[in-house]
Design a protein around this ligand. Structure first.
Ligand SMILES: N[C@@H](CCC(=O)N[C@@H](CS)C(=O)NCC(=O)O)C(=O)O
Length: 238
C-alpha cells in the first residue's frame, strides 16, 4: 500500500474479474473503476473474482464491486460517482447539467453500441482465457443470450472488425478535433471507452484499429496516461 486516500475510508477492496491468469483482469466495467481510482491517485486492494464466486460479492450479482470498509458498492457508474463525490479533485464527471447529460449519452453509447460491436470479435477469446471453473457457466449463459453456440457468434472476424471500425466513427471524428473526449483532460467518457479497449486488450490479439486511426493514437495516450492502472496486468500488445 503506497498511499492512503484522504476522502475515502480505507481499506478499499475492488473485486476484479480475472481469467485463468489472475493478472488477466478483463471486465470493461471493472476497468472503468480501476481507471477512475488511478485518475484520482487512490490506492486500493484488488481481489481476484471469478464468475462462479457469486456468493463472495452478494448481494451484488456482477462486478465491479467496491468495498469501502463496511459499505459494499456495485455498478461501475455508481461506484465511480461515489469516488468522485469523496474526491472531487480532478473531476471525471461534469458539474454542469448539459455536460452531465452528454456524458450519460456517451456512457450509454459505450455500453449499448461499442460493447456489442466488440463482443462477437472477442467472445471466443474471453472464453479461452477463462479459469476452468468458469467455462461451463460462461458458455451456457452466453449461448442463451446469443441463441447460438459460442463458435457461431462470429463466423467472419474481418467483417466484424470492419463493422466495429465503422461504429467507432463518431469517436474518430471527435478525436480528430480534440485530444480527449473530455476536451483538455480525459473524463469518464474517455474512461468508459478505454475500459472497453482494455477488455479487448486483456484477452484478444485481434487488430481492432489501424495505426493511422485517430482512435489508435488516443488509445495509446490513454494507456500511457493510466499506465499505473495497467502495469502488472496481463494483456496483448496492440
Ligand atoms: N452495469 C454493470 C455491468 C457489470 C457487468 O456486466 N459485469 C460483468 C463482468 S463484465 C459481470 O460481472 N458478469 C457476471 C455474470 O455474467 O454472471 C456495471 O456497469 O457495473
Amino acid at each position: 500500500m503506497a498511499k492512503i486516500a484522504a476522502g475515502l475510508v480505507q481499506p478499499l477492496r475492488l473485486w476484479e474479474l480475472a481469467g485463468a491468469d489472475p493478472a488477466r483482469v478483463f471486465s470493461p466495467y471493472v476497468w472503468r473503476v480501476r481507471l477512475v481510482l488511478a485518475h484520482k491517485g487512490i490506492d486500493y486492494e484488488s481481489t481476484v473474482w471469478r464468475y462462479n464466486d457469486k456468493r463472495l460479492i452478494a448481494p451484488a450479482q456482477k462486478v465491479p464491486v467496491l468495498d469501502v470498509k463496511d459499505l459494499r458498492l456495485a455498478e461501475s457508474r455508481d461506484i465511480s460517482q461515489y469516488i468522485e463525490d469523496k474526491h472531487p479533485d480532478k473531476p471525471v464527471f461534469s458539474s454542469c447539467q448539459a455536460g452531465a447529460t452528454s456524458l450519460d449519452f456517451l456512457i450509454s453509447w459505450a455500453d449499448c453500441v461499442m460493447n456489442p460491436a466488440l463482443m462477437p470479435i472477442i467472445i471466443l477469446d474471453v472464453f479461452n482465457q477463462l479459469a476452468p471453473q468458469d467455462k461451463a457457466y460462461f458458455r451456457t449463459s452466453r449461448e442463451q443470450r446469443f441463441g447460438k453456440p459460442l463458435e457461431q457468434i462470429c463466423t467472419d472476424i474481418p467483417a466484424e472488425v470492419e463493422q466495429f471500425r465503422h461504429v467507432m466513427e463518431p469517436v474518430r471524428q471527435t478525436l480528430s478535433k480534440h485530444k480527449w473526449l473530455g476536451g483538455r483532460e480525459p473524463n469518464y467518457g474517455d474512461i468508459a471507452i478505454a475500459g472497453n479497449f482494455l477488455w479487448a486488450r486483456a484477452v484478444s490479439q485481434h487488430n481492432l484499429l489501424e495505426e493511422s486511426d485517430a482512435i489508435y493514437a488516443w488509445r495509446q495516450r490513454m494507456f500511457d496516461r493510466y499506465a499505473v492502472a495497467i502495469e502488472g496486468t496481463s494483456g496483448y500488445d496492440l
